[in-house]
Design a protein. Structure first.
Length: 597
């Protein structure tokens, strides 16, 4: 047993070292900045509130090492490494082979998708750990179904998992299969099933964090779940459409087959081959586990992604969806050990002389395929030197005049700005107004508490009695700027958007800005900015949208120059825009149509 625990720890440490070296030290795009803010400040992030992640993340934020973002990212590193260790123990319980089990754990560890989500503070790495522990406890319980302890442990972990990432319910059909398989023991001991239900409910206790913390009105208080109505709205994801992965029509649709193909493509070739062989071997040797893993993968994988209704033809949606492939990866991982054993049998049947070393040879061959791939992917996955998002957020705030109101839209803007203000106290003079929250009932009172010098003249933004024009008019003398908002009906006729670098400043219709002023102001800001280049942008991330933000002011100035026949200046600004997106046909077409001087 000590040897097995030692090997488990060893594979976990190997994974943990690699994850630690490549983990993000700074802000990255996604939900990470918001989740970090909630963890560090003990706030409430977006639905369903993620209380378990928030509380654990707060503990990691207290570590006396590295910058604050890195401390919270270390939770993902630890969870990813621990998941790898538990997968080894699960596979060992099922196959009895240390070599095959270690191979299964390491193949999972260095699958690029699993690796990449073990580097940043997101709920998915913690979900991987809880799912792996859940499966392990169920496997232990199935060895002796009359024992209550492993079942109660699995039930408690399932409750905890529900307070972190609710997709854990996708393992429900596989659990029902095991309960049916053990129905005699459960019928004979009804208290066991009742105790399991109680343990599941006990695991839900972290949800009590939400109303308790919301009552203190933290700066990040998504949905204000201090009331019973708001609490249930948050935990059921009412704002996003309960039961939907995404509720924005522009991102919905697409082919379910394309999403399922993307799921298959998220596995490495070696993992795919070994999983197919493993399914055959499990059917032959551990048929109950074959059906369990098939149900777990089926519902967490193809059924979910087919139902997800997200259009992969829309740019960046793959990044949103692929994180949800991880649960199926973890559920399948122990099958890789079965695949190694079956491949060993096949090799033995071909060359009986290597029978004593067949399993080790197959495991070594599999790792020789996986590990060079890990070396190749290392540079792409390494986030340790990525500062693009922080610099982008700092540049936005540096653009603003003192005492500004900044109205923002788009997660790539909202979340890093929230972090810089709430965690690092950056530009406290700026009132940050989140446009998507304005139509809700809870946000206007929250804004008034958050910024005492901000006048919010409506209870809720509805485009009629509550408008952006009303907000601007109610705060005379304060500069107002927007990011991620191109127009708003109530402003038309009274105000216009003057492009100042990364923001558009709201100006009265009577104000005139000459082209020379526009050029000079944007040149000043571009000289101030810490400009990224396409080489700074990580592939398979949301960071390309940052380049679009930097490109937009250059494009606006270029178009204004072209319209007024300042062709030399237009060419300069079009070329500047092109440095941020060299592939954009619109920019090359603009350069081609400009007359040569």
């Amino acid at each position: 047993m000590r040897l097995d625990l030692g090997i488990s720890a060893l594979v976990g440490v190997v994974a943990g070292i690699v994850y630690g070296l490549t983990a993000a030290r700074d802000l990255v795009l996604g939900d990470t900045p918001e989740l970090m803010t909630a963890a560090i400040t003990l706030g409430v992030p977006h639905p369903p509130g993620y209380p378990l992640f928030t509380m654990l993340g707060h503990l990691f934020s207290l570590l006396p090492t590295g910058p604050l973002p890195f401390r919270v990212d270390l939770m993902a590193v630890v969870c990813g490494a621990a998941t790898v260790a538990i997968v080894y123990l699960t596979a060992l319980r099922l196959t009895g082979s240390r070599t095959a089990s270690a191979c299964a754990a390491l193949v999972l560890a260095f699958t690029p998708l699993f690796w990449s989500w073990s580097l940043v503070a997101e709920v998915f790495s913690l979900n991987n750990l809880l799912a792996a522990l859940f499966v392990y406890l169920l496997v232990v319980w199935q060895e002796r179904p009359e024992r209550m302890g492993p079942l109660l442990g699995a039930a408690f972990v399932s409750g905890l998992a529900l307070t972190n990432q609710q997709t854990i319910v996708l393992l429900g059909p596989a659990v029902l299969f095991l309960l049916g398989r053990s129905r005699r023991q459960l019928v004979a001991r009804p208290r066991m099933l009742a105790a399991a239900i109680g343990a599941t409910l006990a695991g839900l206790l972290p949800y009590a964090y939400l109303p308790l913390v919301a009552a203190r009105h933290p700066n990040l208080n998504w949905g204000d779940p201090s009331s019973l109505e708001n609490f249930f709205a948050v935990i059921t994801r009412k704002h996003f459409g309960s039961g939907q992965l995404i509720n924005a029509p522009q991102f919905q649709g697409g082919s379910p087959v394309e999403r399922i193909v993307a799921l298959g493509g998220s596995l490495s070739v070696a993992a795919g081959v070994l999983l197919i062989l493993g399914a055959v071997q499990a059917y032959r040797r551990q048929r109950w586990y074959f059906w369990f893993s098939l149900l777990a993968f089926g519902f967490a994988g193809p059924v979910f992604v087919a139902y997800a209704n997200i259009n992969l033809a829309v740019p960046l949606t793959r990044f949103v969806l692929e994180r949800f492939f991880l649960l199926s990866h973890v559920a399948l991982a122990p099958l890789i050990a079965f695949g190694v054993l079956f491949a060993g049998e096949i090799v033995t049947s071909i060359a009986s002389a290597i029978r004593p070393h067949a399993t080790a040879s197959v495991a070594a061959a599999a790792l020789l395929v996986v590990l060079p791939g890990a070396v190749v992917h290392y540079k792409d996955l390494d986030q340790s030197k990525d500062h693009v998002v922080r610099r982008f957020a700092e540049d936005i705030l540096a653009t603003l005049e003192p005492n500004s109101i900044l109205i923002v839209n788009g997660d790539e803007v909202i979340m890093p700005l929230t972090y810089l203000q709430d965690v690092e106290g950056y530009r406290p003079d700026v009132a940050l107004v989140v446009m998507p929250f304005l139509p809700t009932d809870w946000y206007a009172p929250h804004l008034q508490r958050r910024y005492s010098n901000l006048v919010v003249p409506f209870a809720r933004y509805d485009g009629r009695s509550g408008t952006l024009k009303g907000l601007v008019d109610a705060n005379p003398g304060r500069p107002v700027a927007v990011v991620g908002i191109t127009s708003e009906d109530s402003l038309k006729g009274s105000y216009w958007f003057y492009r100042r670098g990364l923001v558009a400043q709201v100006e009265p219709i009577s104000k005139d800005v000459k082209l020379d002023e526009l050029i000079a102001e944007n040149q000043r800001l571009f000289d101030l900015y810490k400009l990224p280049s396409p080489e700074d942008i990580r592939a398979n991330s949301l960071e390309p949208v940052v380049l679009t933000h930097y490109m937009t002011p250059a494009l606006v100035v270029a178009q204004q120059c072209e319209e007024l026949h300042y062709y030399r200046e237009a060419r300069t600004w079009y070329e500047r825009a092109l440095t941020f997106d060299p592939s954009l046909p619109q920019l090359r077409a603009a350069l081609d149509r400009l007359p040569r001087e």
